[in-house]
Design a protein around this ligand. Structure first.
Ligand code: UTP
Length: 291
């Protein structure tokens, strides 16, 4: 067996147009929308850091400069609030900035999530890596008393499985059958509770054509071979190069594992999911921090 390679890098594809959240996303990146008082991208980076990752690669596009500015100093603002209690409001993002490295690349044409990941190859090189879609906001599971448990968020769970299986890992969730056309859908054998050896995948199938209701959500651990598969992948659904199509080929020729991760996911690319996430964080994080 080859030696386990640690996952050191995470890609954040953030070049999409965010059309479901217009007009808010007309002139601001969807990933900068705040859930309570923290932008989506910070939750995503913190989840990667919790999983032991410190090199963060962002695949950005035109109109996304606010994301790069967010992970940089703002001397004028810092000077303005220096010595006041407001300084504390920057402590979390400062800790993130101190503990990570942030690399930005532009996707010149929005040719799909698969294409965005392929654009990140120079950042990743020849090692396994994580991918987080910041608009899928994942939280750790709570116990029956709605208290935090020791279980970490989705990315840590995926990396544990990568260490065990040494292959591509995707996070899945059961969705209502009528929603399958919004997701990549998998089918496969359940080899352990909630863990599937994937044998097929289909991107955004109509409910009648969906083999199951197990939907891929925005968390992946990928081996570097994925770049070769992506280079061979033709545009699929919506004319985009889909990561699901590349992974389907990996599942056929190598192996893909899907896991029903523990915890909850909010689809913050939709208004409904965004409001649910806001309520969740207001109840479970914000109110507790100010009390
Ligand atoms: P989505 O399908 O959610 O698209 O992309 P979107 O543009 O962000 O949002 P809607 O559907 O128009 O509202 C999934 C992820 O892939 C990234 C997006 O930024 C998002 O994180 N993406 C998509 C890219 O980085 N580049 C692309 O060409 C397409």
């Amino acid at each position: 067996m080859t030696q386990t390679q640690t996952i050191r890098k995470c890609l954040f594809p953030v070049a999409g147009y965010g059309t479901r959240f217009l007009p808010a996303t007309k002139s601001m990146p969807k990933e900068m929308l705040p859930v309570v008082n923290k932008p989506l991208i910070q939750y995503a980076v913190e989840e990667a850091m919790e999983a032991g990752i410190n090199k963060m690669g962002f695949i950005t596009g035109r109109g996304k400069r606010a994301i790069a500015d967010y992970f940089d100093n703002n001397y004028e603002l810092e000077h303005e609030i220096a010595g006041s209690s407001k300084e504390q409001n920057l402590s979390d993002i400062n800790a993130v900035m101190d503990n990570g490295q942030f690399i930005f690349m532009r996707q010149r044409e929005m040719l799909g999530l698969g294409h965005a990941i392929l654009t990140g190859e120079p950042i990743i090189g020849d090692e396994p890596f994580a991918v987080i879609l910041a608009d899928d906001l994942c939280v750790a599971p709570l116990n029956q008393h709605k208290q935090k448990t020791d279980t970490l968020r989705a990315m840590s769970q995926l990396i544990d499985l990568y260490n065990q299986y040494q292959c591509c890992i995707v996070a899945i969730e059961e969705v209502p059958k009528e929603d399958t056309a919004s997701y990549g859908i998998i089918c496969g054998d359940e080899i352990a509770p909630g863990i599937y050896d994937v044998d097929d995948m289909v991107e955004k199938p109509k409910p009648a054509d969906a083999p199951t209701n197990m939907a891929i959500i925005g968390r992946y651990v990928l081996t570097p071979q994925i770049f070769d598969y992506l280079r061979e992948t033709k545009p699929g659904t919506n004319g985009e190069i889909q990561i699901t199509d590349a992974l389907k080929q990996v599942a056929k020729e190598e192996r893909v594992i899907a896991v029903k991760f523990a915890g909850e996911r909010f689809d913050c690319g939709s208004v409904e999911g965004f409001v649910q996430a806001t309520n969740y964080f207001f109840e479970h994080e914000f109110k507790k921090s100010v009390n």
